[in-house]
Design a protein around this ligand. Structure first.
Ligand code: ADP
Length: 197
């Protein structure tokens, strides 16, 4: 049960329900949670998927570091506490967007089982589809899209996931997406098939 602050009285019989909103949008609200190393392809795949969904008439919203860290979470850093708060807020936003009937795509490293469990708990098990963007570290590092691995190896970035901070392999992802020998579009097809969309 969610923590309810003092003097806040949630209205349980709101005139419109999630089901009403979903009926209007002709779809079910859902959270797709992309987890994986930096450079594994989370954003590339999520962006492609978003375009594909849009072209087929699905209503979605993509959340990633670019639109979350610059606004809602621009007062948070990268300490353990702040990383947890970052994910907590993102998950709460998912909760609201799902109530609105949207398909929410999330692109965040979210390296630990603890942090992913927190998101799953807030979003709700049945709404939460974890997609493990499974790309070997060597490949992510060779791509080094943002030059971050080079900096981490040089000691210029501390606690970088995959280098000096662990990435815990998801235990039971909805989809274990092995990207190594696939194009982003093939990855998108695999997700759409798994979702039966
Ligand atoms: P992340 O969001 O996980 O940090 P990015 O999406 O920013 O990763 O970067 C992934 C890079 O890998 C991009 O340059 C992309 O073009 C490339 N890439 C190659 N093959 C794939 C694939 N099958 N899926 C996703 N990205 C791929």
């Amino acid at each position: 049960m969610a923590h309810i602050p003092e003097n806040i009285f949630p209205i349980h019989d709101r005139s419109l329900s999630r089901e009403d909103r979903e009926r209007l949008l002709e779809q079910k609200g859902l959270c797709l949670w992309f987890t994986g190393l930096s450079g594994s392809g989370k954003s590339t795949i999520a962006l492609e998927l978003e375009k594909s969904l849009y072209n087929s008439g699905w209503k979605s919203m993509l959340l990633d570091g670019d639109n979350v860290r610059t606004g809602l979470n621009n007062n948070l850093g990268f300490s353990q506490e702040d990383r947890k708060e970052n994910i907590r807020r993102i998950a709460e936003v998912n909760h609201l967007m799902i109530e609105a009937g949207l398909i929410v795509l999330n692109s965040f490293v979210s390296p630990t089982e603890e942090i992913r469990s927190l998101a799953r708990e807030i979003v709700g098990e049945k709404n939460f589809k974890e997609v493990f963007v499974n790309t070997p570290l060597e490949i992510c590092e060779a791509r080094d899209v943002k030059g971050l691995y080079k900096k981490a190896r040089a000691g210029e970035i501390k606690n970088f996931t995959g280098i000096d901070s662990p990435f815990e392999t998801p235990e039971k992802p909805f989809l274990d997406l092995k990207t190594e020998h696939k194009t982003p579009q093939e990855c998108v097809e695999e997700i759409l098939n798994a979702l039966k969309l």
